[in-house]
Design a protein around this ligand. Sequence first.
Ligand code: NAP
Length: 286
Amino acid sequence: MTAAPRAACIIGWPVEHSRSPLIHNYWLKTYGIAGEYRREAVPPERFAAFAGSLVARGYVGANVTVPNKEAALGCSLPDEVASAVGAANTLWLDGGFLQSTNTDVEGFLNNLDACAPGWDRALGQDAGQNVVVVGAGGAARAVIYGLLTRDANRITVVNRTPDRAAALRARFGERVGIAPFEALDELLGEAALLVNTTTLGMAGHPELAVDVGRLPGHAVVADLVYVPLKTALLSAAQGRGLATADGLGMLLHQAVRGFALWFGRMPEVTAELRAVVEADLASSAA
Ligand code: NAP
């Protein structure tokens, strides 16, 4: 007997811009799995009811994007990662219960591992190795949690709104320091890794003004923004010969576990998949 096709979706508001359907439907086709991945536009006030009716709607699970990631935590059984980050982006049904996790953490780490192998080697050993995280929103929480799991012992958060950076220090402890934007250039001299988790550099937003010339030659630069694919920050870092990790790589890597949970096969992030999404981003920008 053939199993019924499975379906998953991305729940967001808005959700039209999401590339997750492109990624998951590419994998379904590539692996010959009968299934479907759809978009579901769900406003925050209807999110809890929607998440509670996933099975009735024929879904085995879902991704959750802005602005519902915090709400997703509240209406599911979160794992350790989602609880620590305070947000969930992946839901699945197990034993009749809605479970959740946050795959932005592994998306960020696995992308860095792929783009800059060994990037984390010195983070836990050398107190002089600082990580500078720009931004203190939801994405920064996932990044900082991930960095702490790789034993980073000095992370400095630079954010426009100081209270949000202070909240991250309160959440994650004394390995996280905070500094004002004005201190950013000075901090770079000791930074082994610089991560942009803000919307700065995104199409239609101002650039992140930072002098990458101050970074040490072994530093790695990561940007979570993927529209445009190559931000001014990444261009400048590459111009200096530094290793970089872009937002599209993180997006692709964060999708892996959801697919495995819903469709029963661990998918691969390949150059071909990346090219498919890059072409789609380019056609939207044209
Ligand atoms: P968020 O919670 O709204 O946080 C936005 C951050 O950007 C805050 O730190 C905010 O500072 C800062 N910011 C916005 N405008 C600014 C400006 N003009 N000057 C200085 N700082 C500014 O958003 P998020 O969910 O963390 O997402 C942040 C970015 O990460 C987005 O570009 C998103 O697309 C990207 N992201 C990418 C992936 C991926 O897989 N590649 C995954 C998740 C997120 P304040 O606190 O001062 O407002």
